[in-house]
Design a protein around this ligand. Structure first.
Ligand code: WQD
Length: 342
């Protein structure tokens, strides 16, 4: 049974990925310092899979603590690296915190990958590396552009570091460029737990609908799009999670075409902010209290994926549509309120 180390395993995409890995017969250990998560995700994973996952509460910026995990587990077959800060706005306010955390963490991790000869490494990247693309949908060959934020810059630098690292070592890597992950596991035992006021669209919608926020703002309806609001490629987090399992299986089967293959993880469908809101209202039956406001600095006007490579080479079949994304997101928000009222 191959052993996979998931960094950021108690986070949103990390916890969903651990569920999928366990369901596909992998042995999993988690590394998460709980700076942006809690161990409730581990409880949810156990409820879904019946398996207890050991988490090492280690800060990757501490090399000795990170190395100790590899000294205890010298048989790690692969790593999926999620652990990083990811709030675009916060990264603009505190760039050094983002460069220190995301880059030092990655470099310490890769020092251990090299020291212990870990053969496979999957990196959590982002469509943010494309910036404002000249043409959509974007393929993996679409040129990357200057990042719109320090967060985006850490993803671009991470990709470059990994390309150089794999050229110099025996480790093979896959870069997974997520579009907009949303929704929750159908069991509703795990989901997204935004820290503070949600910056992302779907948590902002569900927190407004449940009354945690008095209203939400649509950031701009004067863009050159079909309804004036920004267009994104929303993808269910469980579909994203399964793509990680497929990526690990692809590397273990040595199907990779280069030492650093890249895949877009999006549905290929562009959805506007207003369309997402209306889809939520239809699915939930809740009329959303929103107002249209000014544009948000750094926003990309429109982006969605060409996902042919992931579909054809990884064998990725998307299971969830926009309705299920909104339905599971809403049911997760309702479950959080229920827990608060206990
Ligand atoms: C989507 C649209 C907002 C909130 C994020 C991450 C990025 C990547 C993809 C991981 C935009 C609008 C939002 C609100 C709104 N993640 N919006 N009102 O910016 O596309 O990118 O997901 O890799 O790193 O930043 O997602 O959900 O923040 O915004 O109108 O209250 O919704 O302006 O047009 P984004 P988002």
């Amino acid at each position: 049974m191959a052993k996979i180390l998931v960094t950021g395993g108690c986070g949103y995409i990390g916890s969903h990925t651990i569920v999928d890995l366990l369901e596909n017969g992998f042995d999993v250990i988690s590394l998460d310092d709980f700076s942006r998560s809690t161990n409730t995700a581990l409880e949810g994973i156990e409820k879904i899979t019946g398996k207890k996952v050991k988490n090492y509460a280690v800060d990757l910026k501490n090399f000795d603590d990170t190395q100790a995990v590899f000294q205890e587990h010298t048989d790690i077959d692969g790593i999926i690296h999620f652990a990083a800060y990811k709030a675009v706005g916060e990264s603009v306010q505190e760039p050094l915190r983002y460069y220190e955390n995301n880059m030092f963490g990655l470099i310490n991790l890769l020092k251990c990958v090299q020291e212990f000869g870990v053969p496979h490494f999957v990196f959590s990247s982002s469509c943010t590396v494309y910036g404002n693309p000249d043409a959509i949908p974007v393929t993996e060959a679409t040129p990357t552009k200057k990042a719109e934020s320090p967060y985006g810059a850490t993803k671009q630098m991470g990709e470059e570091i990994l390309k150089d690292f794999t050229n110099a070592t025996a480790t093979n890597t896959i870069l997974l460029r997520y579009f907009n992950p949303v929704g929750a596991h159908p069991s509703i035992y795990i989901g997204e737990l935004p820290v503070g006021k949600p910056q992302n669209l779907v948590p902002a919608i569900t927190q407004t609908a449940i009354g945690k926020l008095p209203k939400m703002w649509v950031h701009g309806t004067d863009y050159d799009t079909r309804d004036g609001s920004c267009i994104r490629d929303y993808i269910h987090v469980s579909d994203i999670a399964h793509a990680h399992t497929l990526a690990v299986q692809y590397l273990l089967a040595e199907k990779n075409e280069t030492t650093c293959d890249i895949f877009n993880l999006g549905t290929g469908d562009g959805v506007s902010v207003l369309e997402a809101i209306h889809s939520f209202e239809t699915v939930s039956g809740v009329k959303l209290n929103y107002e249209t406001g000014p544009r948000r600095a750094g926003d990309v006007v429109a982006i969605y994926a060409n996902n042919d490579a992931a579909v054809k080479k990884l064998g990725w079949n998307i299971q969830y549509g926009l309705k299920e994304m909104m339905d599971t997101a809403w049911k997760w928000e309702l479950s959080l309120k229920e827990k608060e009222n206990i």
